[in-house]
Design a protein around this ligand. Structure first.
Ligand code: NAD
Ligand code: AKB
Length: 321
């Protein structure tokens, strides 16, 4: 039986993607892989196969591919931007080494690959508004360096070896099921969680820091749509820009205050501000719209309604009631 492999399966995206793919293909046909077994905090159903392994270990990956007859990989295992600045060597090894192993094995086993890039590929010389698909790419973080290197590797493996690898430059992703890990855009999820719990929030970015964001249901839909698309229609083989919405912390505070009276936010920018200052405020995603029909569904109001209703239903008071 051939299977789909998801690396980084315990993460913010992996936890939800594993469940979605298991609904699509059946629980037995999707293998999760991460450094540790999933816990309740990872939110993921534990109905299917799971492997604990390190993506830096090529032999372990090769064994999983053969044992499970893997036909598609969603390679999500990674360190993110803020953690990346704390551990640059490990970030290079995990992000770039892991992707190289996956691409080599995909070439050997004729496997389709999804690998996410990020708005972190852009930098201080990139146009900040409506950032084009083809533009200056001068990342200033180790995370951004691994993402741009990864994009070039993906394009090389496609052109040189015909590997069917597809990629999106995700903006900051917002979700309520599994908490994000070590990113710069995580402030938004933290703020939602605090507001839903009736608490105030101290934000680590300045109030006017506008960044591109996307709600997780849109991100998952984009991912599957790209993987389902006709390969001949894809004109971008490094990584597609995808846009959904943009907001600053103060705009998110205003959206929350409309629904959570009395919510307040104070601002204490830290080292993550410098990372955010080099990222775009909005993205031009016309190539994704033209090539495979991308269109987001959630704006800030719709996302805020949905986030709060889910987070409030999970608060201890509601669980007891
Ligand atoms: P996350 O930090 O929530 O999850 C990453 C997972 O990878 C974790 O469960 C971690 O245990 C695992 N991992 C780390 N090192 C590993 C290793 N050596 N071997 C095996 N597993 C390892 O990240 P996420 O938000 O789910 O992101 C998934 C992918 O999407 C990453 O490539 C990330 O760069 C990209 N991305 C995410 C966002 C976002 O906002 N979440 C935005 C842009 C791009
Ligand atoms: C991060 O903040 O590091 C991620 C990303 C935009 O890649 N959310």
């Amino acid at each position: 039986m051939s299977r789909t492999l998801v690396t980084g399966a315990n993460g913010q995206i992996g936890s939800e993607l594993v469940d979605l793919l298991r609904e699509r293909h059946g629980p037995d046909r999707v293998v999760g892989l991460d450094l540790n077994s999933p816990t309740a905090r990872n939110g993921q159903s534990r109905t299917g196969p799971f492997v604990t392994a390190d993506v830096r270990d090529r032999d372990a990956l090769a064994q999983v591919m053969s044992e499970h007859d893997v036909e598609a990989i969603y390679h999500l295992a990674s360190l993110l931007s803020a953690t990346g600045e704390e551990h640059p060597d490990r970030t290079w090894d995990v992000n770039t080494g892991g992707l190289k192993h996956v691409l080599d094995l995909a070439r050997e086993h004729n496997v389709q690959v999804f690998w996410p890039s990020s708005i972190a590929v852009f930098g201080p010389s990139t146009p900040k508004n409506n950032t084009p698909q083809q533009t200056v790419l001068d990342p200033t973080t180790m995370y951004g360096v691994t993402k741009r290197s990864g994009e070039l590797l993906c394009r090389y493996y496609h052109r040189r070896f015909g590997v069917d690898v597809r990629s999106l430059r995700y903006p900051g992703l917002i979700s309520y099921k599994t908490e994000p890990g070590g990113g710069t855009t995580d402030y938004a999820v933290d703020m939602y969680r605090r507001a839903a719990a009736g608490a105030d929030y101290t934000c680590f970015l300045r109030s006017d820091t506008r960044l591109p964001m996307m709600y997780m249901p849109d991100a998952l839909r984009a991912t599957l749509a790209l993987m389902d698309a006709d390969g001949d229609a894809l004109t971008v083989r490094d990584s597609y820009n995808v846009d959904a919405l943009s907001f600053s912390p103060k705009e998110l505070v205003a959206a929350l205050q409309e629904r959570v009276p009395g919510f307040t936010c104070t601002y204490e920018p830290d080292a993550r501000q410098q990372i955010a200052d080099h990222w775009p405020a909005s993205i031009d995603d016309r190539a994704a719209r033209a090539d495979w029909g991308w269109a987001p569904e959630y704006d800030l109001d719709a996302m805020t309604e949905d986030m709060l209703s889910h987070l409030r239903s999970e608060t201890p008071a509601n669980q007891e009631g």
